[in-house]
Design a protein around this ligand. Structure first.
Ligand SMILES: Cc1cc2nc3c(=O)[nH]c(=O)nc-3n(C[C@H](O)[C@H](O)[C@H](O)COP(=O)(O)OP(=O)(O)OC[C@H]3O[C@@H](n4cnc5c(N)ncnc54)[C@H](O)[C@@H]3O)c2cc1C
Length: 211
């Protein structure tokens, strides 16, 4: 949790705190239903007249922004790594499908527009993978990775949504059936463009993008 010592101090007044489960004034609301990521439960946490002791301070006083930036870099670098596996599985399933499924006397992968979708899926997957590996490499070497983590999160989440939609199109009507599970993956992918900072806000920091 982040709170300020004094609003007049601006960013320099912000501190990070660990709010333990049994802290007085801390309560958790009812579970919220989501359109995707349904196994990751979500609820509102309310803090009202919460009194925190000094030992709950995380990092140094007034350095909460640094704690936040550091934790966001880690979150943005790692949180979508699992989506790479989903993107690869979708690609493999699509390649197999376009080889097997025949229309107008030939496998649908022979149609240029279908093949182009496979190419786009593969390019997105490989680019996403390299971005994630690069940010991991930077962090392993204790190098600044805020910008790379933000780019990675933005690119991987948007690529994930596009690849889910491509997988549905490639499978035609069958792709719309819940049994193939592309719908669930697509709903999960939309969440990835929102959490850890939205795709819109990911483009906001003009300074970071060198603009
Ligand atoms: C599945 C899921 C899991 C989440 N998990 C967590 C979690 O674990 N911890 C946590 O703290 N939060 C979590 N969140 C919350 C998430 O970080 C926020 O929903 C997200 O940052 C957007 O904030 P908001 O909902 O207040 O939207 P708003 O800030 O109200 O934004 C609404 C729209 O306006 C745009 N917008 C906002 N400000 C600007 C601006 N200055 N310029 C241009 N456009 C702008 C946004 O991009 C968005 O499109 C989670 C959200 C989801 C969907």
């Amino acid at each position: 949790m982040y709170a300020t010592l004094d609003p007049q101090l601006g960013a320099a007044g912000i501190c990070a705190f660990i709010v333990e489960k049994n802290t007085e004034g801390r309560s958790v609301g009812t579970k919220k239903d989501k359109m995707g990521l349904r196994t990751a439960l979500m609820a509102e946490v309310a803090l009202e007249n919460c009194r925190l002791r000094g030992r709950t301070l995380l990092g140094r006083e007034g350095r909460g922004v640094e704690v936040f930036n550091c934790s966001m870099a880690w979150e943005r670098a790692c949180i979508l790594a699992t989506c790479l596996g989903t993107m690869r599985r979708q690609l493999e399933r699509c390649v197999e499908h376009v080889r097997r499924r025949k229309q107008f006397g030939q496998p649908i992968g022979k149609f240029q527009s279908v093949a182009n979708r496979i190419v786009d899926m593969k390019l997105r997957y490989q680019t996403a993978r390299l971005l994630i590996y690069k940010v991991g490499w930077l962090m392993q070497g204790n190098k600044s990775a805020d910008m790379d983590a933000a780019m990675t999160k933005l690119y991987v989440s948007e690529s994930f949504v596009k690849s889910c939609l491509d997988a549905i199109q490639i499978h035609g009507g069958a792709g719309f059936l819940t049994e193939l599970e592309f719908g669930r993956e697509m709903r999960d992918s939309v969440g990835s463009t929102l959490y850890s900072g939205t795709s819109f806000s990911g483009r906001l920091s003009r300074e970071g993008w060198g603009i």
